[in-house]
Design a protein around this ligand. Structure first.
Ligand code: SF4
Length: 365
């Protein structure tokens, strides 16, 4: 492909044109299309709409396990035998202390994740109280992941000050029954519509590596474009022993980067997050993800550890990107000066979070 081909990709995406499905498929799978040129074209789009900023997200399991659903990729599912440390909902004081820690670690947004099919009215009211308490103390954006939600419940959270609702589509409608049997793709879609209708920003993405085809990946990208999702996490399956899906498809770093580029072209203004599994699947190419993507998670994922904070921050700094945070990068790096600069090969294997990782503020009575 000549330079004009890549230039046209950027231009068309920046002009808001929808790339044809056949072209998007080519970008994912064709050897004719050079990775470096593709990354550069995606970077042109990222730069125009999000500059050189990288938003950092820290995830917090407000409870862990005890979920009646059977999402095959999830260590908290009833169908999983993964050896996770389960606990019911954390006390409010603990959640507030963790929100403070997230703010002081440089996070722009604090994400609370609740396992389960969806919250009861009682849980929604409690959550609204927590959101108000965090918002009154820290200038941090709040995102929650609560499972299925109807419009009435979404409205209560909106009025409490919720900024975003995370609810991933995860995969295409066609592939959905292969990864979960206790709820449907339609129910997921309805939750996103309910949040959008009351004015909550939606954060929704997918997981790559669950046996899906390139067309499944594209279907989610086009669907998220229709929904105008401003935040799109692109996860790469972390194969947790004991889960129904305990191994991922053979993903190459190149394929993962191509997916991120296609998501950028199809959702040019969105916050595209290189999310769970970046360490495992992108490996030595990890930093390249910041050319199409403009956000990442720090401090690991739902039930597994990721890179340490200083390594992640140093990677962003080394590549010349700017952290979107009120907190000083140098300060964080100095605080962690004693931490190792990079993970060993042993550390880069899947490591489950243990109780002290999941509940650092927890004080035994
Ligand atoms: S992804 Fe959510 S709903 Fe599905 S099993 Fe895990 S915690 Fe439950």
């Amino acid at each position: 492909m000549d330079r004009n081909f890549y230039h046209q990709l950027s231009e068309r995406s920046m002009a808001g044109e929808i790339l044809e499905e056949s072209l998007a498929r080519e970008l994912l799978v064709s050897n004719e299309i050079e990775l470096l040129s593709l990354l550069n074209a995606a970077y042109e789009v990222r730069k125009k709409f999000t500059g050189k900023e990288v938003s950092i997200h820290i995830i917090n399991n407000a409870q862990n396990g005890h979920c009646p659903e059977d999402c095959h990729y999830c260590a908290q599912a009833k169908s999983s035998q993964a050896a996770i440390d389960e606990y019911p909902l954390k006390p409010d004081a603990e959640i507030l202390a963790e929100a403070k820690r997230a703010y002081e670690s440089g996070a722009f947004r604090y994400c609370m994740v609740f396992a389960g099919r969806g919250p009861s009215q009682h849980r929604v009211d409690h959550l609204a109280k927590l959101i108000r308490a965090i918002k009154s103390q820290y200038p941090i954006q709040i995102c929650v992941s609560t499972g299925l939600l109807d419009q009435k419940k979404a409205q209560v959270l909106k009025e409490a000050g919720l900024d975003r609702l995370n609810h991933n589509l995860n995969t295409s409608q066609r592939h959905y029954p292969n990864i979960c049997t206790t709820h449907t793709y339609e129910e997921r879609l309805n939750t996103l519509r309910a949040a959008k209708n009351v004015g909550i920003e939606i954060c929704s993405g997918l997981i790559i590596g669950m046996g899906e085809t390139a067309d499944d990946i594209l279907e989610v990208a086009y669907r998220l474009r229709e929904l105008e999702a401003p935040s799109i996490p692109v996860n790469f399956l972390i194969p947790i022993p004991g889960n129904v899906l305990d191994h991922s498809a053979q993903l190459t770093p190149e394929y993962c980067l191509r997916v991120l580029c296609v998501y950028r072209f199809l959702n040019p203004k969105a916050e595209i997050r290189v999310a769970a599994g970046r360490e495992i699947h992108l490996r030595s190419m990890e930093v390249m993800a910041l050319y199409p993507a403009n956000s990442l998670f720090m401090d690991g994922y739902l039930n597994t550890k990721g890179s340490n904070q200083s390594r992640t921050l140093q990677m962003i700094k080394d590549a010349g990107f700017v952290i979107k945070s009120d907190y000083q990068l140098e300060e964080i790096l100095n605080q962690e000066a004693a931490a190792p600069a990079s993970l060993s090969l042993e550390q880069e294997r899947v490591q489950l979070k243990r109780f002290p990782d999941l509940r650092p503020q927890y004080q035994k009575q």
